[in-house]
Write a protein that binds this ligand. Structure first.
Ligand code: ATP
Ligand code: MG
Length: 320
């Protein structure tokens, strides 16, 4: 459904007047695919470029290079008019349902808006469709004529999801969509997303820094570090047999209830800070924090190679 090839996004920092203009490479040569009906989770520490990747896929910001192909259409080659026509196919849900819902609009109008804008329904048919969408996300007709402030965080995220699925998208990009919610509400929203996916076959690009959430929802996982994907593969493979030292360190930082499995983990929790994307380290960007680093790691970028878990890893050492 989605194919991303060699995607890079670079921000220009500084005015060039008082400060030197610098390039911040937020996303670097990312390749990924998401099949129809599948959930690909993108995980990584804060600043690793996850939101930039999400916004680039949504074509909300200019890209430096690469291709984004959605359901056969190359989004990077389309004119703005053509892009507007494919827009319904890709929709996004943001982290903060407080900021993403217009506070001065009634729920009915919030959910109806995309249907009106794209001319999908009006009049009584529109009202019926809005009610159908609200019912799908677990709300009902009592909620139609209320304002966003009258709802809890979880309910607001349900409203945001109802709006996002109104145009029957093929791909939903979810950027930290449950991160602001408490754990039990998170689980309810994750279950809702799973139900909707089973019913409509949407693909999800699910951005999160929370590995517990990712384990719950993902079919496949891509691990990002400083703008690059360092490992990707099926969710069980990534969690049970992580190949990249960074993936291992991320997982080691998540407590698991089973003490035997916890002890069997081969990596200490992550030390040190993620380096600045203004001045990324040469070679493998993780080498400065990696307990297995060899001289080659600071000299050459490792290529992705196949791993027994069915995915791939970019690591020179591939420690056992
Ligand atoms: N509009 C922008 N202009 C300049 N730099 C930006 C811009 N947006 C993001 N960045 C920088 O790009 C890098 C990646 O940011 P991004 O928000 O994509 O990370 P993230 O993985 O989503 O982090 P978090 O987990 O905190 O949401 C960061 O160094 C950030 O400061
Ligand atoms: Mg982010």
């Amino acid at each position: 459904m989605l194919e991303v090839r060699g995607l890079s996004v670079t921000f220009k920092i500084g005015s060039g007047m008082l400060t030197r203009r610098r390039s911040l490479r937020a996303v670097r040569e990312v390749d990924l695919t998401v099949a129809a009906g599948e959930t690909l989770a993108v995980v990584g520490e804060s600043g690793s470029g996850k939101s930039t990747l999400a916004r680039a896929v949504m074509r909300l910001l200019p890209i430096s290079s690469g291709r984004i192909i959605l359901d056969g259409d190359d989004l990077t080659a389309l004119t703005n008019t053509a892009l507007r026509q494919v827009r319904p196919k890709l929709q996004m849900v943001f982290q903060d349902p407080y900021a993403s819902l217009n506070p001065s609009k009634l729920i009915h109008n919030i959910v109806a808006e995309p249907l009106l804008v794209h001319g999908h329904a009006r009049g009584p048919a529109l009202d019926a469709e809005v009610l159908r969408l609200l019912t799908l996300v677990g709300l009902d007709s009592h909620h139609l004529n209320r304002y966003p402030y009258e709802f809890s965080g979880g309910q607001r995220q349900r409203i945001a999801i109802a709006r996002a699925i109104a145009l029957k998208p093929k791909l939903l990009v979810l950027d930290e969509a449950v991160s602001a919610l408490d754990v039990s509400t998170q689980n309810q929203i994750l279950n809702l997303l799973e139900d909707l996916q089973a019913e409509f076959g949407m693909a999800y690009l699910f951005i999160s820094h929370d590995l517990g959430v990712v384990r719950h929802i993902a079919d496949r996982v891509a691990v990002t570090y400083l703008g690059r994907i360092v490992e990707q593969g099926p969710v069980e493979g990534i969690f049970d047999a992580p190949a990249h030292p960074y993936t291992r360190a991320l997982l080691a930082a998540v407590p698991i209830p089973d003490p035997v499995r916890q002890r069997a983990r081969r990596a200490p929790p992550l030390a040190g800070e993620i380096p600045s994307p203004l001045d990324p380290p040469p070679g493998c960007a993780f080498h400065g924090r990696c307990p297995f680093a060899q001289p080659v790691c600071s000299e050459r970028m490792p290529e992705h190679e196949g791993v027994t878990h069915g995915g791939s890893v970019a690591c020179h050492v591939k420690p056992a």
